[in-house]
Design a protein around this ligand. Structure first.
Ligand SMILES: CCCCCCCCCCC/C=C/C(=O)SCCNC(=O)CCNC(=O)[C@H](O)C(C)(C)COP(=O)(O)OP(=O)(O)OC[C@H]1O[C@@H](n2cnc3c(N)ncnc32)[C@H](O)[C@@H]1OP(=O)(O)O
Ligand SMILES: NC(=O)C1=CN([C@@H]2O[C@H](COP(=O)(O)OP(=O)(O)OC[C@H]3O[C@@H](n4cnc5c(N)ncnc54)[C@H](OP(=O)(O)O)[C@@H]3O)[C@@H](O)[C@H]2O)C=CC1
Length: 256
């Protein structure tokens, strides 16, 4: 429904682009004229995704753990050498595990904070310094989660995603002189590979607790990212957009 040239000539990096929401974002970007790099930890996953994605346009992958500064530095150098520029960073990689707060170990807390907050920060700072600040142009889309009423049952990710949301607002102001826009996308419950991490009994009946009575799709999240990454959203920065079928406003996912 958007013009096929919406992202023409744009170079886009999608972390976690080998599965689920990230893969759908990569596909949508390719279908709208961009060249796309996907990055995550597992090469096999990236290779399988690439075989599908390259049928839509120019795509490649880089193996990178967003928690490892050296890997991120190498990724930045690789993009500088191969593509010579970066226009849009989609910080989609992340994840957590469900647990009552009192049962989370120190390592478990740190693992989730490192993945979702520190990893997103490291990627954003390195790529902004390598590309967006010198280019005086850039665009960051941070995928967070529905943290509107906290995140009962996953306090670690709630805290991490709130950190990313605040980072998004702060950098939108600090880096506005460089013409860098940053926004956050907060998905509710999206039918994706990510949900396979959760025990089926936990997922049962979830739709009943969502005003729209269904889960979201990865394509719906991708469409929102397309919009935010494109010139259609040229005056939007520091914003968080929920895509949750109204879940943030009503109904309980976690029962006390
Ligand atoms: C009550 C729940 C509320 C309702 C649930 C409804 C479900 C719908 C919610 C939808 C919203 C969100 C959806 C999504 O985000 S989908 C995407 C999900 N994808 C993933 O989460 C995949 C990635 N996840 C991970 O990779 C891991 O979760 C993690 C970030 C922790 C990986 O880090 P790392 O590889 O470093 O982890 P380690 O294996 O080394 O472990 C480090 C410590 O963390 C503890 N841990 C890890 N997993 C669990 C677990 N499942 N349960 C408890 N503890 C866990 C691990 O034990 C280590 O700590 P210790 O050394 O102390 O043992
Ligand atoms: N599905 C849902 O309902 C919701 C999802 N989200 C968030 O959206 C994002 C995508 O989720 P979804 O597609 O559903 O789930 P997936 O588990 O399919 O996607 C997570 C992706 O992140 C990558 N990843 C995880 N940790 C790292 C890391 N340290 N470094 C690099 N890559 C990493 C994984 O690849 P690899 O294993 O190869 O590293 C994987 O491709 C996540 O941040 C998730 O938490 C938020 C709200 C709801």
């Amino acid at each position: 429904m958007f013009s096929k040239e919406l992202l023409k000539d744009q170079t886009i990096l999608v972390t976690g682009g080998g599965s689920g929401i990230g893969k759908a974002i990569a596909k949508a970007c390719l279908q709208h004229g961009a060249q796309v790099i996907i990055a995550s930890r597992k090469e096999e996953k990236l290779q399988t995704a690439l075989e599908e994605l390259q049928t839509y346009g120019q795509c490649r992958y880089i193996v990178c753990d967003i928690r490892e500064p050296e890997m991120i530095s190498k990724l930045a150098t690789d993009i500088k050498e191969q593509e010579g520029k970066l226009d849009i960073l989609v910080n989609n990689a992340g994840g957590q595990f469900p647990s009552r707060a009192e049962d989370i170990s120190n390592n478990g807390w740190n693992a989730v904070i490192n993945n979702n907050l520190n990893g997103t920060w490291l990627m954003t700072q390195t790529l902004a310094k390598t590309f967006f600040i010198p280019q005086k142009q850039g665009n960051v889309v941070n995928i967070i989660a529905n943290i509107f009423r906290g995140f009962p049952g996953m306090v670690h990710t709630g805290a991490a995603r709130a950190g990313v949301e605040n980072m998004t607002k702060t950098l939108a102001v600090e880096w506005s002189p460089y013409n860098i826009r940053l926004n956050a996308v907060a998905p509710g419950i999206i039918k994706s590979t990510g949900l396979e991490q959760y025990p089926p009994e936990m997922l049962k009946g979830l739709s009943d607790n969502i005003p729209m009575k269904r889960l979201g799709t990865t394509e719906e999240v991708a469409n929102l990212c397309l919009f935010l990454g494109s010139p259609l959203a040229a005056y939007i920065t520091g914003e968080t957009i929920y895509i949750d079928g109204g879940q943030r406003l009503w109904g309980d996912v976690f029962k006390i």
